[in-house]
Design a protein around this ligand. Sequence first.
Ligand code: SAH
Length: 362
Amino acid sequence: MADRTLLYDLSFPQIQALLVRWGEPRFRAEQLWHWLYASLAGDWEQMTNLPSGLRQRLAAETELSPLTPVTSQESANGQTRKVLFRLRDGETIESVLMRYTDRRTACISTQVGCGMACLFCATGQGGLVRNLSAGEIVGQVIHLARQVRQTESGQRSGAEQAHPVGNVVLMGMGEPLANYEATWQAIETLTDDRGYNLGARRFTLSTVGLVPGIRRLAEEALPINLAVSLHAADDQLRDRLVPINRRYPLAKLMDAIRDYAGKTKRRVSIEYALIDGVNDAPEQAYQLVRLLEGLLCHVNLIPLNPTPGSPWQPSPREQVDAFRAVLEAAGMPTTVRLRRGIDIEAGCGQLRRRELSAASDS
Ligand code: SAH
């Protein structure tokens, strides 16, 4: 029910205040927080050290589940799983779980849809519906972590048992810096050492380049990683691919990124989707080198993933290699992002609010 308080929406002090208002001793907040974020409890009955009266009141007056999985799809190689969730108001979002040998990464959404309208991105093509709440953001990680714990028990190291999801990338649907408050609260909740206790360095927030948000991030105490979706090194092309560039053109964006790296001393990831014949010529690689010169950064090249509304194709292998060679020759750390989950449309820029009839129930 959408009108009941969602527990995952509350910060620790807010949970404490709620329970104190109900006449509970202060330590109850720690117990409840532990159930939510360390035990990953999915129902009230599990919370055995809470008095049954309190459990009943919580069940009656608050909501434990921010989202319900509707469908989930597994890539053919078993490494990637995409889940479509229904939120309490009926809207839907997608999240992706990526399995690597020694860790699990959750790629989560921060908005229903996205208002940034990047031409090559499936999420952008659908427009923005609304922001997610902190609890809806946190809930995606908790759901995926619980699922890993249940389905992959016995195969994990100690670190993986404590953190069934060991990395979180805010690279799903939406623009996290356009939903700053909720996104930041979600990160604070998941890093809280009384609960899920994931290190801030395990988080990567990807932005289309909202300058005020980047400047605000630079002031935060938690040292999360920043990734910026650049895709073009000149304003004319970037205006076209990433329309928000008209508001925050490259000169302003690069100033903010340089200030961020200077202040935090952390390496910024620069994401660049390689589009055949659009932004992948060697001259464009040289342009990118000049733009990033002297910046503490790492370039992530992503051969474009196909999306229905866009005419563009990924750069062929030789163009990717040639582009990369220019960056490497200039001493720029560069990787080509592993393409994952393309067969289930779980790749970068492929997430949408869509239910597939072919998908199996989770
Ligand atoms: N709005 C944020 C978070 C989304 S992250 C951002 O723009 O960074 C998703 C990443 O996938 C971004 O780097 C985005 O530019 C990239 N992307 C979008 N569509 C893509 C596509 N079709 N192929 C490859 N990457 C794409």
